[in-house]
Design a protein around this ligand. Sequence first.
Ligand SMILES: Nc1ncnc2c1ncn2[C@@H]1O[C@H](COP(=O)(O)OP(=O)(O)OP(=O)(O)O)[C@@H](O)[C@H]1O
Ligand SMILES: [Mg+2]
Length: 406
Amino acid sequence: MRTLWIVSGGIEALPGIRRAKKMGLYVVVSDRDPDAPGFQEADDRVVVDTYDVGGTVDVAKKYHRSVRPIDGVMCIASDVPLTVAAVAEELGLPGIPVETARMAMDKLAMKEHFVESGIPVPWFSPVESPAHLEDIVRKRGLPLVLKPVDSRGARGVLRLIPGVDLHWAYHYSRTYSPTGRVMVEEFLEGQQISTESVILNGHTFTPGFSDRNYEYLERFAPYIIENGGQQPSGLSEDEMHSVSLLAENAGRNLGVKRGTVKGDIVLTGDGPRVIEMATRLSGGWFATDQIPLATGVDMVGIAIKIALGDEVTEEELRVNGRKGVAIRYFFPEPGRVVSIKGKERSSCVPWIHRLGFFVKPGDIVEPVTDHTKRAGFVITEGRTSQEAVKRAEEVIDSIHIETVPV
Ligand SMILES: Nc1ncnc2c1ncn2[C@@H]1O[C@H](COP(=O)(O)OP(=O)(O)OP(=O)(O)O)[C@@H](O)[C@H]1O
Ligand SMILES: [Mg+2]
């Protein structure tokens, strides 16, 4: 029985842990939280912070030597490619280069690399101080995007529009950077897209292709909050082709020869531009649920095979059928949650694939400043993306997360 080490025991890792067990693997899960949901389903569990690269390498090495040999390592719905790459390198397992993983966790280093290699990205610059930011705004005008170089979940990401205090913005964004570094970018107008590609030496595929929904850009300004996405994309074949090609080139360009890459791309009037490429499986139930539902492609199973060094056939990557799939989020009024009304009915609705809440009665709903402040989500199916979206919106409207001001 071969052993797979999964760095992440969060709730979104559960489908992946189950998939690995179904493939007959012995699954070891590591997570900082002793009560991580993934621990319940793992064959063995190790308590160590997923972001602690050296710590995870140390325990994995000991485990490999004295408990059982590890055959593969990966993460699921967790932004820890460096931890995974370091363990793989130390144990001689399949994986992406450590340098690639390091670059993927630093938005500035990644964009500098892309510019050098001719991969189209928005104009960007590091920002050294509030005065430097003011100077940039004077020269380039608005809107711009300010963001921490090394955070996630849209924490500290601001759309700079007239009226936003630049001193406040600089300090706010910087709070979210563990290394105290921020950068500014041109705000790209156009359809925002999430891609998820599989790179296999000779060939590359992009089964994950979702139109992201930014209907609340004004409502939550200056914060940039995504309200879900839908598949299949409404783009034309040609547009989809140009976006996929860019995602695949950008992934390879970072140094991924065999692996999955998740792209944030905007299709502008001048063609597609990369906002970010993650060298791992996506989160937000995209790889585990939305892609397989919409396309039949078993992204997680494929990523597991890649982690083990097993062969993946083109057949496995072929999109079979195209179903509509949508995800939308709950944005209740900030305050203390009193009740969640109307969720019972949904358990018997066949087109609701998954309904989840990040809050329960007694919890505080904070004002929406980043993706961690969303209160819950629903994933729906339909014959078309439009039908799936309509159904998701119906669910969001019919469930009431009641709050009282605090
Ligand atoms: N230059 C830009 N132009 C337009 N939109 C942008 C730009 N930069 C970021 N965004 C939007 O803000 C979102 C969050 O930005 P970014 O990906 O840089 O931060 P993050 O913390 O990694 O967020 P996430 O974890 O959600 O990807 C992006 O997915 C994109 O939708
Ligand atoms: Mg991002």
